[in-house]
Design a binder for this molecule. Structure first.
Ligand code: ADP
Ligand code: MG
Length: 343
């Protein structure tokens, strides 16, 4: 048996047994967007880390140093956002192949520093080593959150309305353009390209949602709507029903799909790397939270379905047919060799 047989999540389940030696101050161990532990009265420290490997997560020839650095930090900030936290400190470890230019590495740090400055994050340390051929970059970020406000994957309740903080599927379309060397010659294609390359961490929005008492659960969309909603369902022991026509599809993705013959809902369900937040909100407060969100951020909080007790993820299609969907988002090793993909 190899890792390909059990996949990324089977592997994480397998190794997570026996990891927790001192459970006393741990609020969340392996199994959420970040770990959380007590470090002060009603204050938790959050820690998350993500690894980017050349040819697995990015193609160096197709990614500028700036964009790579930005994204390496952005994906970690997104995990802190999904816990409802404030990002604080970052640590950056990097394995550098000999032929990688200093200019590329300077650009990489400039990308990280730009985003770090925007979200008030210090880069406090890391590690540097050589690599035979591939550039490898690992970023770890700490954050803080009030214990009473932390957003978990495991606390969705039956009847909750499920929301996304932004469009879904754009990033996957951007990746398609990159893999096929399609020039981003129109404004629509450029938006898709940017959604993939420069994802926005929803930190301010996550903080707001965490402070709303009836926001029950959250996750960021790194693997794809079906897969990430599947994590909420599994951890909360619930099901979910999505309305296909309510899934937020950008006008750019519509343009892309009609030009290249794809279905936008497939991109939204299985795409991944959108880094929007999915959250579930108690039915009675959902409208009010969405209205306040709109007035505060001038952006919609999109309702896309509801939490059910079926244990399944279902999609109500436009003809009112209900289809059970399996998590088809990105899962390292199971999709091994299918296609290059970024994170
Ligand atoms: P995300 O997509 O939000 O970054 P992941 O799916 O990568 O989350 O990770 C899910 C959980 O598994 C997290 O708690 C993460 O810290 C943990 N995890 C992932 N890989 C490992 C590993 N090799 N050893 C220990 N924990 C891991
Ligand atoms: Mg995450």
């Amino acid at each position: 048996m190899s890792i390909k047989d059990i996949g990324e999540f089977g592997f994480i389940d397998r190794i997570s047994r026996g990891c927790l030696i001192r459970p006393d101050s741990i609020v969340k161990a392996i199994g959420d967007d970040a770990a959380a532990f007590q470090t002060g009265a009603d204050r938790l420290t959050l820690v998350t880390t993500d690894l980017l490997v050349e040819r697995v997560h990015f193609l160096r020839e197709a990614t500028s140093g700036f964009n790579l650095g930005y994204k390496a930090l952005a994906v970690n900030l997104s995990d802190i956002a999904a816990m409802g936290g404030i990002a604080r400190e970052a640590f950056v470890s990097i394995a550098i192949p000999e032929e990688c230019s200093l200019k590329y590495l300077d650009d990489l740090y400039n990308g990280m520093k730009r985003l770090a400055a925007e979200f008030d994050v210090n880069i406090l340390g890391g590690d540097t080593t050589s690599s035979k051929t591939d550039l490898i970059i690992n970023v770890a970020v700490t954050g803080t959150v009030k214990e009473s406000e932390i957003l978990l994957r495991s606390t969705a309740q039956v009847g909750d309305i499920i929301f996304s903080t932004g469009y879904l599927g754009d990033s996957r379309a951007g990746l398609h353009l990159i893999l096929n060397n399609t020039p981003a010659e129109s404004a629509a294609l450029k938006e898709l390209f940017n959604a993939h390359i420069l994802p926005k961490p929803f930190l301010r929005e996550g903080l707001f949602l965490a402070a709303c008492r009836d926001v029950h659960a959250a996750i960021d969309v790194s693997d794809g709507l079906s897969s990430d909603l599947g994590h909420i369902a599994k951890e909360s022991r619930v099901g979910a029903r999505l309305d296909a026509h309510r899934i937020p599809v950008s006008p750019h993705l519509h343009t892309f799909c009609s030009r290249f013959g794809f279905d936008p809902v497939d991109f939204a369900l299985a795409g991944g790397e959108d880094y929007t937040l999915l959250c579930t909100i108690g039915r009675d407060s959902a409208d009010k939270v969405a209205r306040t969100y709109l007035s505060k951020f001038n952006q919609s909080l999109y309702p896309i379905g509801e939490i059910t007790d079926t244990g399944r993820i279902e999609l109500v299609e436009d003809n009112d047919k209900v289809r059970v969907i399996t998590p088809t988002g990105w899962n390292h090793f199971k999709d091994w060799n299918d296609e290059y993909r970024s994170l």
